[in-house]
Design a protein around this ligand. Structure first.
Ligand code: SF4
Ligand code: SF4
Length: 359
């Protein structure tokens, strides 16, 4: 029996269990409880010995220390190795200029944040080339994305372990397992495509030309003219300037931008997962207003909850979203993050209904 048919059989059994979300409360997270998730899902058992498992991690931007702890990543790497499989930490380069913009500086920063082979037990592979330029076009023919630009190196891996740090996000409301896959495993061109409607404009009468926005623009797209700041054509829609403008002069059509980005993220997630075995973890710890791409360490908005894990990425995000909704809604009242789960379910990525199984 080949691996695919074996997994189909396993998957058909798992189908009944789709929507099962395993939960470890924050105070109980250790190698033993994480191991139980693997034995319940039988994910690792579906691979032949020595298969390559890509472990998707976000190493955190420089000066941001809320990223997933290397200690938890080590526990998971050890579990994978104990099953005679070969884990590698995988990531892609960022769209914006920063400390993770290419393979070389990304790996340097990951090491600085403790993700060395010595500490974690696995090497790092930046799967979209030196500058995020290496992609494989995956035909999707969806409403928004006709062909997704997926990091080329992903095809080397037989299976995908998706380790997401759950937190808020000012474009889509929150970042969980779906965002970690979509933005995290698309090549640079794909990230740009998902962000294309987040390009903001400046309200001239509100701008006092303070130049604060200049310092955060990762692509130098902002010019200060006699009247006001002006955002040029090279804007990649990262939205950093909106966040720092003290006058609230930089605006975006949030409904349109957020809805479009969420839908494109779901379509990219489909492109990445539809032929790939995957298991998803949402670490709902140090839940901050913004994502780990911010170059600062923010204060959490609520106490730690724990780890949620599932073979179903939609159920995995839905379970944490429902636990954090009040806090996220307060932060981003103009956004509707549920659109992401609605559309992901429509695409067949999983189910919004779920059952929690506490470990
Ligand atoms: S930060 Fe805001 S007020 Fe200051 S120059 Fe930029 S747009 Fe104008
Ligand atoms: S959104 Fe603002 S900070 Fe980001 S690239 Fe465009 S102009 Fe620069």
């Amino acid at each position: 029996m080949d691996i695919n048919s074996k997994f189909e059989i396993q998957n058909s059994k798992l189908f009944d269990r789709c929507g099962v979300v395993y939960f470890i409360p924050a105070h109980k997270i250790d190698t033993g409880s994480l191991k139980q998730i693997f034995s319940h899902t039988k994910f690792l058992a579906s691979f032949p010995a020595q298969s390559n498992i890509g472990v998707k991690v976000h190493f955190g931007e420089d000066r941001n220390h809320n990223h997933l702890s290397p200690q938890y990543v080590k526990s998971i790497v050890d579990i994978v190795k104990a099953d005679n499989l070969k884990p590698t930490l995988i990531e892609t380069s960022t769209l914006y200029r920063g400390a993770r913009q290419n393979r070389t500086n990304h790996i340097e920063l990951a090491h600085k944040h403790g993700f060395t082979e010595n500490n974690v037990g696995a090497k790092i592979d930046i799967v979209d080339g030196e500058r995020g330029e290496e992609f494989k076009a995956v035909p999707t023919n969806f409403r928004n994305i006709k062909s997704a630009k997926i990091a080329k190196g992903l095809d080397y891996y037989d299976g995908l372990l998706n380790l997401a740090h759950y937190k808020g996000h000012f474009v889509v409301g929150f970042g969980g397992v779906i965002k970690n896959i979509a933005m995290g495993l698309a090549a640079k061109g794909g990230k740009l495509e998902m962000h294309s409607l987040t390009k903001p404009t400046v309200k001239k009468d509100k701008c006092n030309k303070c130049e604060v926005c200049l310092s955060v623009c990762p692509v130098d797209a902002i010019e200060i003219t006699e009247q006001s700041a002006v955002l040029g054509k090279s804007c990649i829609g990262c939205a950093s300037c909106i966040e720092v403008c003290p006058e609230g002069a930089i605006r975006i059509n949030w409904n349109e931008a957020s809805e479009s980005t969420q839908k494109k993220m779901a379509e990219y997630t489909w492109a990445i997962l539809h032929n790939r075995k995957s298991l998803h973890f949402n670490f709902a710890l140090k839940i901050t207003p913004n994502c780990d791409c911010m170059d600062r360490t923010e204060k959490p908005i609520m106490p730690d909850i724990g780890v949620f894990a599932s073979l179903d990425p939609v159920a995995c995000d839905m379970a944490v979203w429902e636990k954090t909704q009040k806090n996220i809604d307060k932060l981003y009242p103009e956004l509707n993050p549920q659109l992401l789960m609605d559309y992901a379910q429509e695409l067949g990525l999983g189910y919004k209904t779920y059952q929690i199984s506490e470990i």
